[in-house]
Design a protein around this ligand. Sequence first.
Ligand code: URA
Length: 223
Amino acid sequence: MRIEELDSIITSIKSYLELEKASGVEEFYSCAAQDVATVQDGAAGGLAALRKEVLGCRECDLSRTRTNVVFGAGDPKAKLMFIGEAPGADEDAQGLPFVGRAGQLLTKIIEAMGLKRQDVYIANILKCRPPNNRPPLPTEILACRDNVRRQVEMIKPRVICTLGKFASQTLLGTETPISALRGTFHEYNGTKVMPTFHPAYLLRNPEDKKLVWQDMKKVMKEL
Ligand code: URA
């Protein structure tokens, strides 16, 4: 085998392990293939199985244009879960949620709350990127809706923070504007939901950061 081929295999294995780790898989055993066992607790095991299922999803046309499925990442037992809209170009390229400019701002918000990204769980309503970042279509939302519902059921967060109009309205099944939804707790299948502005909106409207911070203080109090 040529050194370049070996290098490429090692890089692929590394990326795979990083994605597995980001999805909650904590340990691998190396042994005979039929005995391969991954040590996980309930939440991580369920999420890893769901992730595997979603990685092969062909329920809508976004599966034709995606580079990677962006399942979600973080602590499978997180008390706080963030839910955004859909992957953008950076997320599609890396297979991880909120890794572009908006993601960097989300990381800052999480850290300002005294947490790390690994302490929370970050997901999106849609798991695949809409071409040119166009708004998700109703058929795509319908096709993907169960995935986020099952993630929430497995993670059982104490609080969900929905980021922006699309995630908030979709999860809560309402057309109320985000400016009216944010700042108070709502409910999704028995879990408290705090809608707030999307970090991408904050990049364009930094004066509203203080409102998001007010919302995050309410979340911190609830946690
Ligand atoms: N915007 C989102 O809603 N989700 C991402 O993962 C990135 C940007």
